[in-house]
Design a protein around this ligand. Sequence first.
Ligand SMILES: [Zn+2]
Length: 81
Amino acid sequence: MFRLDVTMAIFLYLTSSLLAIFALWIFFERKAVLPKFVREKADVWECTICAYTYVDSKHHEISQCPQCKSYNKKSPEERLL
Ligand SMILES: [Zn+2]
């Protein structure tokens, strides 16, 4: 039988506690499903003047470019996307 002094007992207690917390952390982190942020294709606009790509989900027909302030219109095939 080996001798167990106080410092070794504290060390073993802390180490086992940290290992248990780490194992639980890994276990629950694997289950967590991160939310996916998918932007609709119709909300993405590309300016015809300055070629700046931006997102505008409020307007569907005509949108104003935030960079050059010109108005852009969706082409009919883009509107279907
Ligand atoms: Zn622009």
